[in-house]
Every structure is written in structure tokens, then in C-alpha cells.
Design a binder for this molecule. Structure first.
Ligand code: NAD
Ligand code: AHE
Ligand code: ZN
Length: 370
């Protein structure tokens, strides 16, 4: 079939909206009509050329929601008409990783996924002249139709609005999951969140959900403060306004450092600040942000010797097929909020404007509606 997609032809170039060819689903695969997709900073990270795993030409996008149109041979867990959220972290429920309760990082298709290919080592997308186009994070939600492995689809309830729950495909789950699954924050804790964008705001609402007492938000952009307070932030710090050392300021503000700190910026300098602002003896710092090729983290080992720990999280530690339908329920039941964070919607043709809004700091989440 043919479908419309925003194609990343080369690193650093705007996406180009065009008709592309899409082959039908092979065994174990599913054809999905994408109804809506969010624009996550990770898409921009890859588009810009900063991703060491970035490959081109590719169809980016990994925060979608849609409807199953057709299933390949052997597919049993979804059927045409089902509503689904694509999963860049699949859940095969069989590999060594899925069987270990300590991780959500299913590895059953990770190597082909990282090469922009389906598990059989080929791509379903091509240009109209036949040139192959690569998949991205196993999802490629910047195409109106896409093919995914069955194990990379969470089946969700049919009354959930696509243009909101697409955000559960990455940002919501990553932010809330970092608090609940990865940090396992206890009632009464203190938390500091660095970067109040599409991920950081969800960390804030995760901390509120977990019953944290003090929730500090840190961002260079003052305009993020109002939205931060809406999602549970109790104190806002703009590093540009701090005279003296930011770590000292945060340690003083939290009475000795925070029980939990989270980096949602992708800046390795911020990651160091986040680690050092964690409480001596027990503070945990969780890295969510994705850093550019070549960037490395550093601190004095003494920071760890004296009881702070540095950890990371992917997709908020969530097992997608199991956890994503539950998070959709939380949204539908009013337990978590999504709507205020979706500040801009646009047709696929305007997707590059969506990335401009991300850069200028005007949007929290831009969502493309097909
Ligand atoms: P975003 O652009 O919406 O938000 C980033 C925020 O950080 C902005 O508000 C910006 O003002 C702020 N910021 C930038 N530099 C800062 C600094 N030095 N100090 C304080 N604040 C600063 O991005 P997003 O979509 O929220 O993504 C955030 C990061 O999380 C990105 O690196 C993204 O790639 C990563 N991410 C990781 C996962 C994962 O599974 N680990 C999932 C999704 C996104
Ligand atoms: N390709 C990059 C790393 C990108 C990365 O860390 N991706 C996160 C999800 S970000 C979603 O917005 C992730 O899930 N990582 C685990 C994995 O297996 O990719 C690089 O630096 O090479
Ligand atoms: Zn993402």
C-alpha cells in the first residue's frame, strides 16, 4: 500500500512529508493505522544527528496510538479493529530480560530494531522509486500507517482518545514510571526534577502520585514554572537566578539534599548537578535524559562513596503490554492528567513547525493528528 509519512532523509535536515510504499505485515507482524503521534525530544535528538544510533533515511516517531488494520500469520494477541499503542520497548514475555523482574528492557528484537529493521532483517517502508526507508525505534509513528511486531503493541480500551493517549507511548509512562517503577519513591519523600518539559512534568505528577512532600522543579525557562505547579511542584528554581553554587542552593532548599533527583534534560552537566543534589547517605539520582554522541558523565567518586547512587531508566521501567493499558485506565479514571501538557496539535504537513515550537520552549507536547 501507499501511505503518507514525514521522512528524515538526512541528519540535521527538516523532515519531508511524502507518499511512501508500505509492505503488508509478515508473520508475527501487525499493520496499524496511526491516528495521532506526539513529538518527543528523542525524535529531535535523532533528527539532529546527535544520536550515535541514528540512521537515515528513516521514518521517526515513537509516541503514537492507532487502530489495527491487518495481522500477519500467527498473530493472536491483537486483531483488526483493536486500539493499540506502539512500544519502543517491546515485551515478549519470554527472553532472559522479560523473565527477570529487575528490568523492562526486553532484548528479543533490540538488535534489528537498532538497525531500523523488522525482526527478519528487512524494512517494510520504501520510497516510491524503491529505495528502502528505515524504521525507527521499532515504531515509525510519523507515518500514517506502519508495521510493528506483535510484541511491540499494547492493546488499549476503545474509548480512550488517540490524540491524548498517544503521549502514554513515551512521555507520560517515562516520567511517571521513573518515579513509581525505577525510583520506587516513598510517601513523604523529597524530589528534584531537572527539566520541566514533556518528560519532567510527568515526573512531577509521578512524585505527587507517590505522595512526595517537597517537589522541586529546576528549569532555565521561567515559563515552565506555572505548568510545574499545576503538576505538583512545590518550589521552582531557575539556575540563572541562583547566586553561587546550584548544588549548595538545592541542598539547602531540601534540608540536606533530595531523597530522589531526576534528570530530564539530557545535559551531562545537569546530570552531575542532579547526582550531587541527592542526599548524602541515601539519595538516588535517576538519569532519564538522552545525551548526544560522545558526551560522558563525571563526578567525584566520593559522591558515590558517601552513599548517593546513580541510576538510569528507559520507558520508565514499564513493561509495555502489561503496564500501558493500566496507565490508559489511570488517565480515563482521572488519576493522572494529560490534556494540559498537549499544548499544540497539527497536521502531518506542519510537523517541522512542531519541532520549532519544541526548540523555542513554547510547547510542552506537540501532537500530530492524522
Ligand atoms: P523537552 O524539550 O520537552 O524538555 C526539556 C526541558 O529541559 C525544557 O523545559 C528545557 O527548558 C529544560 N532544560 C534544558 N536545559 C536545561 C538546563 N541546563 N537546566 C535546566 N533545565 C534545562 O524534552 P522532553 O521531551 O521532556 O525530553 C527530555 C529528555 O528526556 C530528552 O533528553 C529526551 O531524549 C529524554 N527522554 C528519555 C526517555 C527514556 O526512556 N529514558 C524517554 C523520553 C525522553
Ligand atoms: N540511541 C541512543 C539512546 C536512545 C535512548 O536512550 N533511548 C531510550 C528511549 S528515549 C525515548 O524517548 C531507550 O529506551 N533506551 C534503551 C534502548 O535500548 O534503546 C544512543 O545514545 O545510542
Ligand atoms: Zn520519547
Amino acid at each position: 500500500m501507499r501511505t503518507r509519512a514525514a521522512v528524515a532523509l538526512e541528519a540535521g535536515k527538516p523532515l519531508e512529508v511524502m507518499e511512501v510504499n508500505l509492505e503488508g505485515p509478515k508473520a508475527g507482524e501487525v499493520l496499524v493505522e496511526i491516528k495521532a503521534t506526539g513529538l518527543c525530544h528523542t525524535d529531535e535528538f535523532t533528527r539532529s544527528g546527535a544520536d550515535p544510533e541514528g540512521l537515515f533515511p528513516a521514518i521517526l516517531g515513537h509516541e503514537g496510538a492507532g487502530v489495527v488494520l491487518e495481522v500477519g500469520e500467527g498473530v493472536t494477541s491483537v486483531a483488526p479493529g483493536d486500539h493499540v499503542i506502539p512500544l519502543y520497548t517491546p515485551e515478549c514475555r519470554e527472553c532472559e530480560y522479560c523473565l527477570n523482574p529487575k528490568t523492562n528492557l526486553c532484548q528479543s528484537i533490540r538488535s534489528t530494531q537498532g538497525q531500523g529493521l523488522m525482526p527478519d532483517g528487512t524494512s517494510r517502508f520504501s520510497m516510491l522509486d524503491g529505495t528502502p526507508i528505515l524504521h525507527y525505534m521499532g515504531c515509525s509513528t510519523f507515518a500514517n500507517h506502519t508495521v510493528l511486531p506483535e510484541i511491540a503493541l499494547a492493546k488499549i480500551r476503545k474509548d480512550a482518545p488517540f490524540d491524548k493517549v498517544c503521549y502514554i507511548g513515551c512521555g507520560v509512562t517515562t516520567g511517571i514510571g521513573a518515579v513509581i517503577n525505577t525510583a520506587k519513591v516513598e510517601i513523604g519523600s523529597t524530589g528534584i526534577v531537572f527539566g520541566l518539559g514533556g518528560i519532567g512534568l510527568n515526573v512531577l505528577q509521578g512524585l505527587r502520585l507517590a505522595g512526595a512532600d517537597q517537589i522541586v522543579g529546576v528549569d532555565l525557562n521561567d515559563s515552565k514554572s506555572q505548568m510545574g505547579r499545576h503538576f505538583g511542584m512545590t518550589d521552582f528554581v531557575n539556575p540563572s537566578d541562583v547566586k553561587g553554587d546550584l548544588v549548595e542552593h538545592l541542598v539547602e532548599l531540601t534540608g540536606g539534599g533530595a531523597d530522589y533527583t531526576f534528570d530530564a534534560t539530557g545535559n551531562v552537566g545537569v546530570m552531575r548537578t542532579a547526582l550531587e543534589a541527592a542526599h548524602k547517605g541515601w539519595g538516588e539520582s535517576i538519569i532519564i535524559g538522552v545525551a548526544p554522541a560522545g558526551a560522558e558523565i563525571s563526578t567525584r567518586p566520593f559522591q558515590l562513596v558517601t552513599g548517593r547512587s546513580w541510576r538510569g531508566t528507559a520507558f520508565g521501567g514499564a513493561r509495555g503490554r502489561t503496564d500501558v493499558p493500566k496507565i490508559v485506565d489511570w488517565y480515563m479514571d482521572g488519576k493522572i492528567e494529560i490534556d494540559p501538557m498537549i499544548t499544540h496539535t497539527m497536521p502531518l504537513e506542519d510537523i517541522n513547525k512542531g519541532f520549532d515550537l519544541m526548540h523555542s520552549g513554547e510547547s510542552i507536547r506537540g501532537v500530530v493528528i492524522y
